[in-house]
Every structure is written in structure tokens, then in C-alpha cells.
Design a protein around this ligand. Structure first.
Ligand code: BGC
Length: 441
């Protein structure tokens, strides 16, 4: 069955930040520090999904999706990161899983979508190797409760973005600006992923995946210096996180570090344990030029000539086809089936006087990206699902509530949910799949 669904993440929607024994996460800390997020917004309340989950499951049932990717809040399950298990936290996901299954929706949980327990950050966060075992232990605790009903698990969300924004540039929690010194945070995430794969399988999980953020990299010109810079960026953004998992080795990282002294014997065997799927999040390509000065071996040259989202991100549907066929060309038989675990766009959606939200540009975005995915499938890429980011407008990290990605509009003052035109469009699209009007996937 091809998975058609939506995706969310715990800190972006749940709220109830101090309820039922939940511990603090790095995002609670970061968002409460002055100047870290737009307008000082936090995820304290977010979409209040922790209380309104029944309504949100009903929205998905109405939409007709057969899959829902959500993330599990590590500090809700283990308030201190390790040690004590908070039964009320697990109960929440247990009820959610049952409600999804009752609605015919396959739950696809992600174990880590950036909300590290604050207590673990104080021990060094992802810079500390011990976290790999602690993560595997947390994975085992969650799977012991849910693996009987959850067929497919995702270990981590976008370790590249977490390393780059959280540890290298300090734009996301935990707000560290280590630049290339952040590379151990990549390795420890990958090793934790590998250890979690083992723990999940031992607990009976049938299928396990990792979600990477991938981008086609376009050199700004055919000049040698731009080609070299584009290659260096491709290594950092894409290959650093795909090669170890799929090929069991790191790409050449000499442009970033003289030695991988944080990698130990045997680590790559753990990291490259076979996966049932690779989760791919796609938003846009990246155009790269040679650096202007010293520092990083590349610079972002920006993309012009394409429409942009409210975030200013270029809309390039064919980039998804390019990305998928490129992954197949690069990894060949080592590439497992692909699941598009996120794709979507932000807009400044404002309800009209009659309450409707006409997000025509999002409809066009989704329609064209699905077509590009199908084109890649026609060219031989094995894609097994497509999940829209996101079900609801939500807490968009450093951008607070300014950027709206939902199929469903959320009025954050009242928590009123209003399905947008894109929701109605996706529902009709999914109906057409069922009735066989469109049998390509
Ligand atoms: C993340 C989401 C985020 C989305 C839009 C992805 O990088 O996984 O959490 O909201 O992009 O920025």
C-alpha cells in the first residue's frame, strides 16, 4: 500500500509543555531565551494537540490519509532523558496510536525530532558519545509499549539540520555555534540511529527508517572553483548523512576536518545496519558558489527565476525528481525504498471574511511535487509514500508562528482549526486514488 499522509513533530504541535510529568527539552529552554525566536514565540501551547488530538485525528480521517508521521517527545517519556520512565507520557502516544489505527491510519512515529531532554544537553547533548546508548535505551522503552501496533519506525529527523542549525550555527536549540567543531554531533546522531535500529528490531519493530533532509546541489557555474564548492556542500548536507548509513563509510570530509577522531572501530558497522526505507524530506535545491573569503569551503549563491514560498524558499518541483533519481544513481542497489517523509510550503494564509482559507499556491505546490515524484518513479525510483508537511499550521522553530505550513489553518488565539483549500484538494486527490481514477501509485 502506498502511504499517503501528513507529518508533524511533537514540539511543534503538542503544547502542554509542563503537563503530566513532561521534562524540559532544549527547545523549551532556547525558545524562552530572549531573541532566539521570532516575536519570542515558544511551543508552550503550540496547537494544543496534547489536548485536542482527537479532533486532529478526526481531521485526518476526514482527509482520507492512510498514514500519519508524528514524533514522540523524548522528555515526555523520559523527563530526565535517561532513568525514570513517565508512564503518562507513554499513555498519550498509546492512545494516539489506537485512535489512528481505529481510523485506518498507519502511525509512523519518529523518535527524535530535535526536542532533546534538557538534562541530556547539560551532559553535552549530541556532542557527548554516551548519548548513543541513552537514545537506544529510550527507543527500547517506547518500542516495548508500541511496537505491537506500529509497523514502521523512524529513528531521527534530519540529523543534518539539527547539527547545522543547532550545533554549528546556533540558530536552533541548543543554540551552539561550533561551526565545523559540530561534526561529532553528526557522528553521534548517526551512531545513535544505528544503536536504535538494533534496539527497535530487538523489541519487535518490523520496519525501521531514518529521515534525512536532502537537497539537489546546483553549482553556480561550470567554473572549477564553483564545482568544487558545490561538491563540498553536497558532502556536508547530503553525503555526510547518507553515505555512512547506506555505504558504511564517510565521504571525504577533509574540507571540514583534518581527522575523524570521534569515529571508533565498529561504529560504521552499527550505523550501516540495513534499513527498510530511507525517509527523504525535500523542500528545495541549493545553489552553491566558491567562497568569497576564508572559512567554509562554499557559499550559498541563492536561486532566482523561480516562485518562492513565504519563507523565500524557491519552488522547484522538478528538484524532487532530480533528487530521487540522483539518489538512485548514487547508491544503486544500496538504496532502500524511499518514503517522502516531508514536503510542503509555507504561506501567509489568512482566512477570508467567510472563514475559508484559499491557499491556491499550496495546492499547486503539492500537485506539482507529487507529479515530480511520480516522474521519478516512472524513471525507476522505488518510492513507497508521500507525507505532506504539515497537517496543521504549527510552531515553525526559530520563525515561531509566522510561517504557516498546514493543510489546516490554526487560529493560535482560539485554537480553532479550519481546513484550507489544500485540505479539500488533497481529500479529492486521495479519493481519486481510491476509485482508481489515478492508478499510477
Ligand atoms: C523539519 C520540520 C520543519 C520543516 C519546515 C523540516 O526541516 O523537519 O520540523 O517545520 O522542515 O521548515
Amino acid at each position: 500500500m502506498f502511504l499517503w499522509g501528513t507529518a508533524t513533530a511533537a514540539y511543534q504541535i503538542e503544547g502542554a509543555a509542563r503537563e503530566d510529568g513532561r521534562g524540559a527539552s532544549v527547545w523549551d529552554t532556547f525558545a524562552h531565551e530572549p531573541g532566539r525566536t521570532r516575536n519570542g514565540h515558544t511551543g508552550d501551547v503550540a496547537c494544543d494537540h496534547y489536548h485536542r488530538w482527537r479532533e486532529d485525528v478526526a481531521l485526518m480521517a476526514g482527509l482520507g490519509v492512510n498514514a500519519y508521521r508524528f514524533s514522540i517527545s523524548w522528555p515526555r517519556v523520559r523527563p530526565q532523558g535517561a532513568g525514570e520512565v513517565n508512564a503518562r507520557g507513554l499513555d498519550f502516544y498509546d492512545r494516539l496510536v489506537d485512535a489512528l489505527l481505529a481510523a485506518g491510519i498507519q502511525p509512523v512515529p519518529t523518535l527524535f525530532h530535535w526536542d532533546l531532554p534538557q538534562a541530556l544537553e547539560e551532559r553535552g547533548g549530541w556532542m557527548d558519545r554516551d548519548i548513543c546508548e541513552i537514545f537506544a535505551d529510550y527507543a527500547a522503552v517506547v518500542a516495548a509499549r508500541l511496537a505491537d501496533r506500529v509497523p514502521l519506525w523512524i529513528t531521527l529527523n534530519e540529523p543534518f539540520v539539527h547539527m547545522a542549525y543547532g550545533y554549528a550555527m546556533g540558530l536552533h536549540a541548543p543554540g551552539r555555534a561550533l561551526m565545523t567543531g559540530a561534526l561529532p554531533a553528526a557522528h553521534h546522531q548517526l551512531l545513535a540511529h544505528g544503536r536504535a535500529v538494533q534496539a527497535l528490531r530487538a523489541a519487535g519493530a518490523r520496519q525501521v527508517a531514518l529521515t534525512n533532509n536532502c537537497t539537489p546541489v546546483w553549482p553556480a557555474s561550470r567554473e572549477e572553483a564553483d564545482l568544487r564548492a558545490a561538491d563540498a556542500y553536497d558532502v556536508l548536507h547530503n553525503r555526510l548523512f547518507n553515505d555512512p548509513v547506506l555505504l558504511g563509510r564517510y565521504p571525504d570530509l577533509s574540507a571540514y576536518t583534518p581527522a575523524l577522531d570521534f569515529v571508533r572501530d565498529g561504529d560504521l558497522d552499527v550505523i550501516s545496519a540495513p534499513l527498510d526505507a530511507l525517509g527523504v524530506n525535500y523542500y528545495n535545491p541549493t545553489r552553491i558558489a566558491a567562497p568569497a573569503g576564508a572559512g567554509l569551503p562554499f557559499q550559498d549563491a541563492g536561486i532566482t527565476g523561480h516562485p518562492t514560498t513565504a519563507f523565500g524558499w524557491p519552488v522547484v518541483p522538478d528538484g524532487l525528481r532530480e533528487l530521487l533519481t540522483g539518489l538512485k544513481a548514487r547508491y544503486g542497489a544500496a538504496l532502500p525504498p524511499i518514503l517522502i517523509t516531508e514536503n510542503g510550503c509555507s504561506q501567509q494564509d489568512v482566512p477570508a471574511a467567510d472563514g475559508t482559507v484559499d491557499d491556491a499556491a499550496r495546492v499547486d505546490f503539492l500537485d506539482r511535487h507529487i507529479a515530480a515524484m511520480r516522474q521519478a518513479m516512472a524513471e525507476g525510483v522505488d518510492v513507497r509514500g508521500y507525507l505532506v508537511w504539515s497537517l496543521l499550521d504549527n510552531f515553525e522553530w526559530a520563525e515561531g508562528y509566522e510561517q504557516r505550513f498546514g493543510l489546516v489553518h490554526v487560529d493560535f488565539a482560539t485554537q480553532r482549526r479550519t481546513p484550507k483549500r489544500s485540505y479539500h484538494w488533497f481529500r479529492e486527490f486521495l479519493r481519486a486514488q481510491e476509485t482508481g481514477q489515478n492508478t499510477e501509485t
